[in-house]
Design a protein around this ligand. Structure first.
Ligand code: WT7
Length: 683
């Protein structure tokens, strides 16, 4: 357990020009609001709920829950019985308030010449139309629909259309492989898939329709037949065919290449053809506050992804409120979150949170490096972005290219620079603050999870004195604690333990789809009475929280959680592998990466070719973003006498640290030396 204390690091006081215009202007004001939010949560959130449209009021208690597994099943209910619709609140409400002509989204394509925009009125029309399309295809409230799309406006339209009529959307990041997509479609019994012909990501052309086709074949083998597949025509202009594949060619004159799109006449329909047939009027389905809104899969430590389920009312309140305070949202802001909608950050802070506040945002299809590493700042200049939200991994990657790519663009519009996904190292924090923000912007390090729905630890731009690397203090309604191994609350600063939350907030997940027992086991059983984040943390003498990273078998690669068990099961599918163990390894840009030990079957030889095949296996099973960085030959693995793999020792071997610690419980100590000898030179 770490005992170092970070109380003495440099404090960055809130900037006066930001403080003056912000919603919360001092720590006293924050503490007052925070106290009320945890002592009288019902009144606190009731007041916030009044800013939204409710068709009817809660029929019972405003908040009803059980957080203690010793007292029965875990449940969390906010405003049960109240009826509302999140799409109505995110879109129609602003049109009714006379803001129909305000831009909801600017869309910036992968190619800098490609752009578009949509007003709240236009968004309402499109969403209503698409909701009508979904109805016409036979879909109804409670059905699950998988969405596998790139960052195009139709992605937001799709999710809002689902929400409008009570369809539960399950968005799968369009970087997952067909096998991962199939696994998610099967788990949720999705009856339709929404996708796109293809997309350019930097210089790569991806055939998304093909990946969906392959996934649906896999589903068919499990006897699950998806009835409808709606395809957005994003790239192709004719039915002309040219084979696809990766290419280094830039998309200079579009359509520069055409994808081979296979069509199943019974199942597949074109988005634009269906949209032309329906009306732009669609009464929202009035949903119970506790009806499901969406599910989103996140890695699980057993390897099988968990369908995190969020409900309508509480999620709406929490997404809207965290967005408003943590980015200090103002009416004239141009807000940009670079996350893909396929992750929770995109759900809450590209779509629902900004729209619930009537904000104008940028949606970006491309990558930070295309056409060059100045792209982010070119976009900031182009749209005069005021609030910017990205991942530490992107900051670290861009830092390497030097300051010129930044300074040649005008960033004077920026006010808030936020981060999410992993701890931000002080070096990256300072570059973000000094170079990107020219010391004029607040840095907002937000700690949260797919499961929490929105930010849980975060500074407020006009109030919180900052410490580089700390997510500072809890958001309204969040009561954090740090527990030791025995479940005792740690009251001493500097001592690391398990980060837990003591009471429910509106945005907390309600269950794991189809597996409530797993929900209880993963989050509530280890420490009865607490929601367990799975992260380690400590606080310093000033009460600042410092999140130190996962304490389970998850690896955070570029801000995305990967399960080591899932990678291990992909590796052992290779015919030559008998056993594998995957551990986290530090990485300059990604934060962490995966280091894989593989034990081969008798007579099989370890080679470069095998390493290539194993990496390919992981890409196919999970997705390209999960491709391992290191694969090492392991004739034996360090195990306890009872046969448990000692990952603590493997992590040491991976980084070449011979100080492996206690090995008294180990069955055969000689494997350690052997593994040190076999480390690849690159590691
Ligand atoms: C895990 C959740 C929430 C959106 C993106 C990731 C890590 C997230 C921070 C932060 C330190 C962070 C944690 C957490 N994490 N934000 N600001 N500082 N760690 O969502 O895939 O559900 O991952 O990401 O380990 O448990 P996710």
């Amino acid at each position: 357990m770490a005992t170092e204390n970070n109380a003495d690091v440099q404090l960055f006081q809130p900037l006066e020009h930001l403080r003056q215009e912000s919603h919360v202007q001092s720590m006293e004001q924050y503490r007052e609001m925070y106290k009320r939010s945890i002592e009288e949560p019902e009144d606190f959130w009731k007041e916030i709920a009044q800013q939204f449209y409710w068709k009817s009021q809660p029929t019972g208690m405003f908040l009803d829950y059980n957080f203690d597994c010793r007292e029965g099943p875990i449940y969390i209910k906010w405003m049960e019985g109240a009826q509302t619709n999140i799409c109505y609140n995110a879109v129609d409400r602003h049109v009714k308030d006379g803001r129909g002509n305000k831009i909801a989204f600017y869309w910036e394509g992968n190619d800098p010449d490609d752009h578009g925009k949509i007003t709240f009125q236009e968004l309402q029309d499109k969403v209503c139309k698409f909701a009508n399309v979904l109805k016409k295809l036979g879909l109804k409230k409670g059905d699950r629909v998988a969405i596998y799309m790139p960052m195009i406006l139709e992605l937001s339209v799709s999710m809002l259309a689902c929400a409008r009529i009570g369809i539960i959307h399950s968005i799968v990041f369009a970087g997952f492989s067909s096998e991962s997509l199939a696994e998610r479609i099967l788990d949720a019994h999705c009856c339709a898939v929404l996708t796109t012909d293809g997309v350019w990501r930097g210089t790569k052309l991806m055939n998304l329709k093909q990946i969906v086709d392959d996934a649906l074949v896999i589903c068919g083998k499990s006897n699950h037949h998806v009835k409808k597949c709606v395809v957005v025509k994003h790239l192709t202009t004719t039915e002309e065919i040219e084979d696809c594949g990766d290419t280094e060619e830039p998309p200079a004159k579009r359509p520069s290449r055409k994808l081979k799109i296979h069509w199943n006449n019974e199942r597949d329909v074109w988005w634009h053809e269906e949209m032309a047939k329906v009306s732009s009027e669609c009464e929202p389905e009035w949903m119970d506050a506790e009806d499901p809104l969406f599910m989103l899969y996140t890695s699980g430590s057993t390897g099988k992804p968990k369908g995190v389920l969020h409900t309508v009312g509480g999620y709406m309140l929490y997404a809207a409120t965290t967005f408003k305070y943590d980015f200090d949202y103002q009416d004239n802001d141009i807000y940009w979150c670079t996350a893909d909608v396929g992750w929770i950050t995109g759900h809450t802070y590209v779509c629902y949170g900004p729209l619930a506040n009537g904000a104008t945002s940028v949606i970006f299809e491309g990558t930070p490096f295309y056409p060059d590493p100045g792209r982010f700042w070119a976009i900031v200049e182009k749209y005069k972005v005021t609030k910017f939200y990205t991942a530490p991994t992107a900051i670290r990657a861009l830092m390497k290219f030097g300051d010129e790519f930044v300074t040649k663009y005008d960033r004077s519009s920026l006010k808030v620079l936020a981060t999410v996904g992993e701890p931000i190292n002080p070096e990256a924090w300072l570059w973000y603050y000094n170079v990107i923000g020219e010391k004029r912007c607040a840095i907002v390090d937000t700690f949260w999870q797919t499961e929490t729905g929105g930010h849980t630890l975060t500074p407020l731009p006009g109030a919180t004195p900052l410490k580089p690397g700390s997510a500072t203090f809890p958001f309204f309604g969040i009561v954090p604690a740090i527990l030791d191994e025995n479940g005792q609350e740690i009251t001493e600063s500097g001592k690391e333990g398990y980060l837990v939350f003591k009471q429910p907030w509106p945005g907390i997940m309600r269950t794991v789809y189809g597996n409530h027992e797993r929900f209880e086991t993963v989050y509530f059983k280890k420490f009865p009475g607490y929601y367990c984040t799975g992260d380690g943390a400590k606080f310093d003498d000033d009460g600042y929280f410092w999140v130190t990273g996962r304490i389970d078998d998850m690896v955070n690669v570029s801000g995305h959680l990967l399960s080591t068990a899932e990678i291990e099961s992909a590796l052992i599918e290779h015919a030559h592998v008998s056993e594998s163990a995957v551990v986290s390894h530090p990485h300059d840009i990604k934060g962490e990466c995966t280091y894989c030990f593989v034990t081969l079957k008798e007579g099989c030889e370890f080679s470069e070719k095998l390493v290539v095949e194993l990496k390919k296996k992981v890409r196919e099973k999970i997705g390209p973003f999960a491709s391992p960085d290191f694969v090492q030959n392991a004739p034996g693995l360090p195990k306890t006498r009872s046969g448990k793999i000692m990952r603590r020792i493997l992590r040491k071997i991976a980084v070449g640290d011979r100080n492996v610690g206690d090995i008294t419980t180990m069955a055969d100590e000689s494997v350690i030396e052997k593994l040190f000898q076999l480390r690849p030179d690159t590691a």
